[in-house]
Design a binder for this molecule. Structure first.
Ligand SMILES: [Zn+2]
Length: 272
C-alpha cells in the first residue's frame, strides 16, 4: 500500500480554492494569479487585462477602481510577465530556504505565532466549556421555573419575565459558542494549511514551474503597490502572502546564524 500523496483535507481545500478562484477573462485567457491579486490602497481586486490585441508579454493587471483614470484609485499597473517573474523568484527562494533549513523555518513561523496562539486557543476552549455548561444550566433553571409556575409558586407574569431574561442569555451564549467553534475550526485549518505549504514547496522544487494548482496551494494573496518613481527609476512593490505563513522576510546570513543558535539553544533545552 502506498501512502496517499495528499491527504483528503488538503485535497478538498485545494478543490475549494480552485473553484473560487479560477475565472477566465472575456477573451478566454487566464492568468496564473486570477483571484489572488489585490490593490493594497483600496482593497479592490486587480483586473487581468488580456485583450486580443495584446501580445502575451503585454498582458497586465490594474486596479479595478482605476477605470482609465476616472475611478477612485491609482492604476497599480504591472505586466503579467513581470509579476510571474517576481512570484517565481519569491517561491523559488522560499523553497530553497525551506529545503535547506526546514526546522529553522518552522521555528521562525512558530515564534511568529505560536505562543500567543496557544494561550488564545486555551482561553477559547475554556470559554467554550463554560458557555456550554451555562446553556445546560439555564435549561434546568427554566424548567424549574415552569414547575414553580404550574404549582402556583410564581405568577404567570413573573414566570414570563424571568424565562425571557434567561432565554435571552441563552441565545447570546449560543451565538458565542458558534463563534468560538468556528475559530477553533479555523485553527485546525491552519495546520492543514502549513502541510499544504510545505508540500507545495517540495513540489515546486521538483518541477521548477508555477502551475495554477501550485500557485493556489502556495499563495493566499498578492498585493501590487502603485509604482514609485522617487528614486528616479520606476519600482513596483509586490507583497506576497503565503499559505499558513503570510508575508515572509527571509533572514540574511547574519540573521540566519542568530536564528540557528537560538533554535539550537531552545531545542537542547527541550530535549534536556
Ligand atoms: Zn485600488
Amino acid at each position: 500500500m502506498q501512502e496517499p500523496i495528499i491527504d483528503e483535507n488538503t485535497w478538498l481545500r485545494v478543490q475549494e480554492l480552485r473553484k473560487n478562484k479560477r475565472r477566465n477573462t472575456k477573451t478566454g485567457k487566464t492568468s496564473l494569479f486570477s483571484g489572488l491579486t489585490f490593490c493594497p490602497d483600496c482593497g479592490a481586486k486587480l483586473h487581468f487585462c488580456a485583450a486580443k490585441s495584446l501580445k502575451p508579454n503585454q498582458e497586465f493587471y490594474r486596479c479595478a477602481n482605476y477605470k482609465d483614470g476616472r475611478g477612485s484609485c491609482k492604476i497599480h499597473y504591472i505586466r503579467n510577465v513581470v509579476l510571474e517573474q517576481i512570484v517565481q523568484t519569491a517561491v523559488s527562494d522560499l523553497a530553497d530556504f525551506v529545503r535547506n533549513y526546514e526546522a529553522v523555518f518552522l521555528y521562525m513561523l512558530s515564534r511568529k505565532t505560536e505562543n500567543e496562539k496557544k494561550a488564545e486557543l486555551l482561553a477559547m476552549r475554556q470559554r467554550l466549556t463554560a458557555a456550554q455548561s451555562r446553556i445546560t444550566e439555564i435549561d434546568r433553571v427554566i424548567s424549574r421555573l415552569y414547575e414553580d409556575n404550574i404549582l402556583g409558586k410564581i405568577s404567570d407574569e413573573r414566570f414570563a419575565k424571568m424565562s425571557s431574561t434567561y432565554e435571552a442569555e441563552q441565545k447570546a451564549l449560543e451565538a458565542e459558542v458558534a463563534e468560538i467553534e468556528q475559530k477553533l475550526r479555523d485553527a485546525d485549518k491552519a495546520c492543514v494549511d502549513l502541510r499544504m505549504l510545505l508540500k507545495g514547496l517540495r513540489d515546486y522544487t521538483e518541477v521548477k514551474e508555477l502551475t495554477p494548482e501550485l500557485v493556489n496551494t502556495l499563495i493566499r494573496r498578492i498585493e501590487v503597490h502603485n509604482s514609485d518613481r522617487s528614486s528616479g527609476k520606476i519600482t513596483v512593490k509586490v507583497d506576497i502572502y503565503f499559505t499558513a505563513a503570510g508575508m515572509i522576510d527571509l533572514p540574511t546570513e547574519k540573521e540566519l546564524e542568530k536564528l540557528i543558535s537560538e533554535f539550537q539553544k531552545e531545542h537542547s533545552k527541550a530535549t534536556a
